[in-house]
Design a protein around this ligand. Structure first.
Ligand code: HAM
Length: 425
């Protein structure tokens, strides 16, 4: 037999038994996006490499190591890889905001999307090369209230999905006014203990010292003694951070201050946050994260506009749900339409009428014996069978309760109500 090519490493097929949880998570995200007055946007799955380099940063992992580059066809203008599959959606949304001149619309503008992201990372449980995020972004809202609102929204999402034990981690990394002093303090501190840093961190110490705090293999004692960004905040950044905290306190949202939370993308200013589920903190696998990026629109060529948002990893949310034994919602009762005769037109007509009445219908298109069709219906999980061709009156069908083994003849128009009334729908 010919060998079947396998799915690429770090990708997964999501099969029907898992899609029920996906449907639940996506519907919670959609419904919350709507209730929190976000508007849906879609951006391309690939963008110019330059866009990611100028937003996430040349020295971020996603740009330096994890880009899935895309080249045009042989002989085309773009034969060399000029694009990359999006590693994250914020840069694309901000690009679209600038490109379409959305700043003229009355703001703040609130956008959401659900979509696939791509990072060429080393695959492991919870870390994939293709994964899905629910992303929310707010452009043009500088005040602290939206920071608290987004954190509350993310926590509500986890609660509505049924995930328990989620903690918000919070930090402020300051802005262009106060971060240079913090950077300097970090360089000074880590330069003294350089021999205890990983090769990656030693390299980063010169080009992007905040990322040393982000190194999963950083010695915890060194991390604990490191300078803390909140001790370096300038007055406006400190006031913003204090306000975010008191708003969260006022809302009853629990959080912990996490001094190592500098985030892996360079565009952040001030507030940064991440969500962890109990038991997974050690693996540095956040369920989701986000923060403020007040300089990004301008850095990408737009007018100065503040921004804040989050990206919640849906794969990891679903993993947490499965680990916590959360059952997907049950579908409505399944009705099989089978035939006592070979009249397939009559069978399809019955299917259509039942579906119009809101019934979930799975037809049997075979002409095998009725007993075999009923057996197959039960095996496929049908609770009921509608038998076409056994009825005595013109607009009637026979409805069979496959669990009880009882059947009755009734008008086709009464089937949906009869099933709903039985309490087994
Ligand atoms: P991020 O922290 O890079 O932020 O990713 C957000 C979430 O995506 C992570 O917390 C995680 O749940 C999920 N994720 C990331 N990489 C992987 C992976 N390889 N496999 C599975 N899940 C993964 C951002 O992407 C920012 N754009 C968030 C943001 C929006 N900040 C402001 N606005």
């Amino acid at each position: 037999m010919a060998r079947t090519p396998a799915a690429p490493r770090g990708t997964r097929d999501i099969l029907p038994e898992e899609t029920a949880l996906w449907r639940r998570v996506e519907s919670v995200a959609r419904e919350l996006s709507d209730r929190y007055a976000f508007e849906r946007v879609e951006t391309p799955l690939f963008e110019r490499v330059e866009l990611f380099a100028r937003s996430a940063g040349e020295t971020s992992d996603v740009v330096e190591k994890e880009m899935f580059r895309v080249a045009g066809a042989k002989g085309s203008e773009e034969e060399r890889a000029e694009w990359a599959l999006r590693p994250e959606p914020t840069a694309g949304i901000v690009r679209a905001y600038i490109e379409h001149g959305l700043h003229v619309q009355p703001g703040p503008l609130r956008f959401w999307l659900i979509g696939a992201m791509f990072r060429y990372d080393r695959p492991q449980a919870g870390r994939y090369r293709q994964f899905t995020q629910w992303d929310c972004e707010v452009l043009g809202d500088p005040g602290p209230m939206v920071d608290a609102e987004l954190i509350e929204l993310a926590l509500r999402f986890y609660a509505d999905c049924g995930v328990t034990g989620v903690t918000a981690h919070l930090n402020s990394i300051g802005d262009g006014a106060c971060r240079p002093a913090f950077r300097e303090a970090l360089v000074e501190y880590f330069a003294r203990v350089e021999d205890r840093l990983t090769d990656d961190s030693r390299r980063r110490l010169r080009i992007n010292p905040l990322r040393v705090l982000d190194d999963r293999r950083l010695d915890p004692d060194l991390a604990a003694g490191a300078p803390r960004s909140i001790d370096f905040l300038c007055e406006p950044c400190r006031q913003h951070f204090d306000a975010v905290r008191s708003l969260l306190d006022g809302l009853g949202c629990r959080y912990v201050i996490d001094h190592r939370l500098v985030r892996g993308l360079d565009y952040y200013t001030r507030t940064t946050f991440e969500f962890f589920v109990a038991g997974r903190e050690g693996q540095q696998q956040a369920l989701g994260g986000g923060g403020r990026y007040d300089g990004l629109v301008e850095a990408l060529g737009g007018r100065p506009t503040t921004g804040i948002g989050f990206g919640l990893g849906l794969d990891r949310t679903i993993m947490a749900m499965a680990e916590q034994g959360i059952e997907p919602p049950r579908d409505g009762a399944l009705v099989a339409v089978v035939g006592a005769t070979d009249d397939l037109v009559a069978r399809l007509r019955v299917c259509t009428a039942l579906r119009e009445a809101g019934v979930r219908v799975r037809p049997d298109g075979s002409t095998r014996k009725l007993g075999k069709q009923l057996e197959a219906a039960a095996k496929a999980g049908a609770r009921w069978a509608v038998i076409v061709g056994e009825e005595t009156a013109g607009d009637s069908v026979v409805l069979r309760d496959l669990d009880a083994g009882e059947q009755q003849e009734l008008p086709l128009a009464g089937v949906a109500a009869s099933i709903a009334g039985s309490g087994a729908a």
